[in-house]
Design a protein around this ligand. Structure first.
Ligand code: FAD
Length: 500
């Protein structure tokens, strides 16, 4: 929105950062440490502030070999020799700055620990250059730490202040942010630059419908992420990227709660057992995943951040996504192994949602279908009896022979479904966060439709993430928040002051 003679400024800072998650905190800290006066605008109230960064498991990537990490990301981003999901300069900045993540955090006193070396999720050259770390106290621990860093520096935070529009002059330079502090309009002048760090569009149904590859897609993070920064950037001419990319797989979606839950397919107890089962392919209970018509289509050992694209398959004759919803089918043994959601992920970890210990409440509500026979289950799920019966028979036969010729499920995960009653629950495409938003360059400047930087506008974090179709590895988002938050904050602080 272009300012007029009547525009009033209610407050002023050199750098205005919109959104107080990990990327906003990193941008604010870096801008301050480079000599700028900073203010943070956060739409949630202080006492209930809970971002995706809080919700996260607190794992992040650090790079031990910059050249290898560059190679890995280039491999992930290359469509053909001329076309990349993310340009090489930005990939290089990513690798270079990820290599400083660990040191940047430790220098400020963060308590982190190494989880694994050389761990890129995809088997591509260069993966050996990437290490995984985790924060003590998970996402909460991370945000507690970052909030302390912000407080130590005396950076003011305007909570309960929703940024609504970017304010520009006739030359399209960003001069500030029009916001709403509770119910009061407030214009915050940014004499150097504004940095958008307001997260993705996980809770904007129109954007998800138009931009993601399949609808519905449900997310396990903060309901505050409603694409505000995307609209604000679009208004001043930003180009968008990675809007249809999503590092996602399956989620459970309780009908009476807005946030999705992670499924605990294997009936593991605790985080360690879960990690071991993930690494070894072991399972403690039998289960299969079938499409709407009762057919298996996966070995049920899918890649956590990539399966999403398989769910987007559309049937043009039936006019439907046959894998949306999918059904998770299991027997008595899994129901007795404990709650269906993962207890250390998303709302369950933060005790935002109550799921009964023995799943009985959810069976009573009808979210989990129960049947004495596979044939009865087919009727309850609206599937052809013969199809589901054949699917289960084939699967049980694979278990007997310890060999799954069609899908290649590992033998240690082939546990038969033979102990009635049988149960089923819907699985939806979904996960942690969206990746799309305003396109940015290696300096975190937001670019217009012709690839030129929009003057004095920066972005970081999952809002216009550097990740395209393929996500490098769990921990990639927070790593990017730290890296591009710092890049944005440093460059914003180096801008000359604009007289207005
Ligand atoms: C369950 C779960 C587990 C995850 N685990 C991991 C993990 O272990 N490792 C990893 O790398 N990633 C993980 N992720 C993803 C990661 O947490 C996020 O991508 C990352 O935290 C995003 O940080 P951000 O700063 O970009 O946005 P956020 O942390 O979402 O912060 C955005 C902030 O902007 C505010 N805001 C929004 N609109 C406005 C507005 N108009 N005005 C002012 N403020 C606004 C929001 O209220 C929020 O506080 C996980 C996500 C979830 C949901």
């Amino acid at each position: 929105m272009v300012i007029t003679d009547k525009t009033l400024w209610h407050s002023i800072a050199d750098v205005v950062v919109v959104g107080f998650g990990a990327s906003g905190a990193a941008a604010a800290i870096a801008a301050h440490d480079n000599g700028a006066g900073v203010v943070l605008l956060e739409k949630q109230p202080a006492d209930s502030h809970f971002s995706n960064s809080n919700m996260s498991v607190g794992m992040f990537l650090s790079v031990s070999d910059v050249a290898a990490a560059r190679t890995y990301m280039e491999n992930l981003c290359r469509v053909n020799p001329e076309l990349y999901w993310t340009d090489k300069e930005t990939i290089h900045a990513w690798a270079e700055h990820l290599s400083q993540n660990k040191e940047w955090l430790e220098r400020q006193g963060a308590r982190i620990r190494l989880m694994a070396n050389g761990i890129g999720e995809h088997d591509l050259p260069g993966r050996e250059g990437i290490d995984l770390y985790s924060f003590r106290g998970l996402g909460h621990g991370l945000m507690r730490f970052l909030k302390k860093q912000v407080a130590t520096r005396g950076i003011p935070i305007m909570y309960h202040t929703r940024a609504e529009r970017l304010l520009t002059n006739e030359r399209r330079e960003v001069l500030g942010v029009a916001a709403r502090c509770q119910d009061k309009e407030t214009n915050v002048r940014a004499s150097k630059a504004a940095v958008l760090c307001s997260g993705g569009f996980e809770y904007d149904e129109e954007m998800k419908l138009n931009y993601l590859k399949v609808y519905p897609t449900y997310f396990a993070g903060s309901t505050s992420n409603t694409g505000d920064g995307i609209r604000m950037a679009q208004e001043v001419g930003a180009s968008l990227w990675h809007m249809n990319c999503c590092s996602a797989c399956f989620v459970l979606k309780p009908p009476d709660f807005p946030i999705a839950l992670g499924p605990n397919f294997k009936g593991t107890k605790g985080y360690l057992q879960f990690l071991i089962a993930e690494a070894t392919g072991n399972s403690y209970c039998g289960y299969i995943i079938v499409d709407r018509h009762g057919k298996r289509y996966t070995n049920e050992q899918f890649k956590r951040h990539t399966l999403y694209y398989e769910l987007a398959l559309y049937d043009s004759r039936r006019l439907e996504y046959p894998r949306v919803p999918s059904y998770w089918i299991f027997d008595r043994r899994r129901i007795e192994a404990g709650p269906l959601p993962l207890m250390f992920y998303g709302p369950m970890l933060h005790r935002m949602y109550r799921w009964s210990e023995d799943n009985s409440e959810e069976i009573r509500k009808g979210w989990i279908a129960r049947a004495e026979t596979v044939e009865e289950m087919a009727g309850k799920l609206g599937m052809e009896v013969a199809v589901l019966r054949e699917t289960v028979q084939n699967y049980n036969s694979c278990c007997e022979h310890k060999h799954d010729p069609e899908f290649g499920r590992p033998s240690q995960a082939l546990i038969p479904l033979r102990e009635p009653p049988f149960f089923a629950i819907k699985l939806w495409p979904g996960s942690a966060n969206t990746q799309g938003g305003p396109r940015r360059n290696q300096k975190a400047q937001v670019l217009d439709a012709y690839g030129n930087p929009i003057p004095r506008l920066y972005a970081a974090g999952e809002l216009g993430s550097v990740y395209g179709q393929l996500y490098p590895m769990g921990g990639g988002n927070l790593a990017e928040c730290f890296a591009f938050g710092r890049i944005a904050g440093e460059h914003a602080a180096r801008e000359t002051s604009n007289p207005g």
